[in-house]
Design a protein around this ligand. Structure first.
Ligand code: PLP
Length: 384
């Protein structure tokens, strides 16, 4: 016997594609984890922390050094004053930060606005909190937000909107105008913004604008980010939520009973990474730009249609010109026959039909991995 709520969402398709990729020795451009090492000073700091006996529970809401490093980062990068003692909660990844935020701030029956396509966790997050997701499209091919459709999604039951920029899976970076409209609507309707800024440092143009920096938004925004993408350490499971003190208190309580806390020695090492200077971040973005350009030209040559991403490390590509199959059939066929694994586009939509011509490629991979993927993709047309 299993609980009804666990029957209302399915296992992550991304992990399933990873299994199929392993079975067929395919290059895994499905799951968004880097195949290159994380920064050595952080690995050294983690080893030193373990050897130095930082192996017991950290403070539930995060080791003080890491919370101070998070607050310092927001002051330095975004001019935001954050109180590390009352406003920062360190979590097991941005994933737990978002789930804990939902459970702490959203009641059953509330509506939560989700821009679609969306990172696949937000649907189950809403279900676990008993909330109703209300979807607003980011419209292809450029994944722009229609202001009227966004306005129409806000109503008396709206409790929150999820704002993920840079965006997975589309690679869109929301413009200042789009963010201003979101801020205006949140203020007018008394709605929370839960932001997912995990790709804040992986951008190819322009600046990152945290929504919490908008006038009137600091008190109604939970800013969520983490270390997985910025420091190429998705297995460390470290993230955080920054929220006004009362909301942070509720998030901390949920977090405490879900996980007690994030890994103590890794929190100690994370503070080292958070203090890296601008050079580190510039290099990160420049390296990703090279990877993006390599994959983009391979995809264009193989017949995919897409908008070049402005941020994050994914290309959401339309394969209609290559054949008529649905996305799941096409993605499985490509994994088996071409040796390149992707995620079927329907995983990012509430209605699978909306993603049936799309697959998502992740390019957080070494140059050699992407070059081999490009060689394999060049054989695709001949195999159809
Ligand atoms: C938009 C988005 N948010 C959150 C995550 C997961 O973050 P974490 O590893 O910190 O849980 C991902 C990972 O792919 C993501 O794409």
């Amino acid at each position: 016997m299993i609980a009804h709520r666990a029957t209302t969402f399915t296992e992550s398709v991304i992990r399933e594609m990873t299994r199929i990729a392993n079975d067929h020795d395919a290059i895994n451009l499905a799951q968004g984890f880097p195949d290159f090492p994380m920064p050595a000073p952080m690995k050294d700091a983690a080893a030193a922390a373990i050897q130095g006996d930082i192996n017991q529970y950290a403070i539930t809401w995060g080791a003080p050094a890491l919370r101070v490093a998070v607050a310092e980062k927001y002051r330095r990068w975004y001019g935001l004053e954050v109180d590390p003692d009352r406003e920062v909660t360190v979590t097991c990844g941005a994933t737990e930060a978002m789930a804990a935020t939902f459970l702490a701030l959203v009641d059953p029956g509330d509506e939560v606005v989700v821009l679609e396509p969306f990172y696949e966790n937000y649907g189950p997050d809403a279900i676990l909190a008993g909330a109703k997701p209300v979807f607003v499209p980011l419209e292809p091919p450029e994944w722009t937000l229609d202001p009227d459709r966004l306005r129409a999604a806000f109503g008396p039951r709206t409790r929150a909107i999820i704002v993920n920029t840079p965006h997975n899976p589309s690679g869109r970076v929301l413009s200042r105008d789009e963010l201003s409209l979101i801020a205006d609507l949140c203020i007018a309707h008394g709605v929370w913004a839960f932001t997912d800024e995990i790709y804040e440092h992986i951008r190819y143009a322009g600046a990152h604008h945290p929504l919490a920096a908008w006038p009137g938004m600091r008190e109604r925004t939970v800013t969520i980010s983490g270390l997985s993408k910025t420091f190429s350490c998705t297995g460390w499971r470290l993230g955080y939520a920054i929220a006004p003190a009362a909301a942070a208190g509720a998030i901390r309580k949920v977090h405490d009973f879900l996980t007690v806390g994030a890994p103590a020695p890794l929190q100690a090492a994370a503070a080292v990474g958070m203090a890296f200077g601008a050079d580190y971040y510039n290099r990160l973005a420049a390296d990703y730009r090279e990877r993006r350009d390599l994959l983009a030209s391979a995809l264009t040559e193989s017949g995919f249609a897409f908008t070049v991403p402005e941020g994050a490390y994914y290309v959401l590509a339309d394969f209609s010109a290559l054949g008529g199959d649905d996305d799941v059939t096409f993605a499985k066929w490509m994994t088996r026959e071409v040796g390149v694994a992707t995620v079927p586009g329907s995983s990012f939509y509430h209605d699978p039909a909306l993603g049936r011509n799309l697959v998502r490629f992740a390019f957080c991979k070494r140059r050699a991995t992407l070059e081999e993927a490009a060689r394999r993709l060049a054989t695709l047309a001949a195999k159809i």
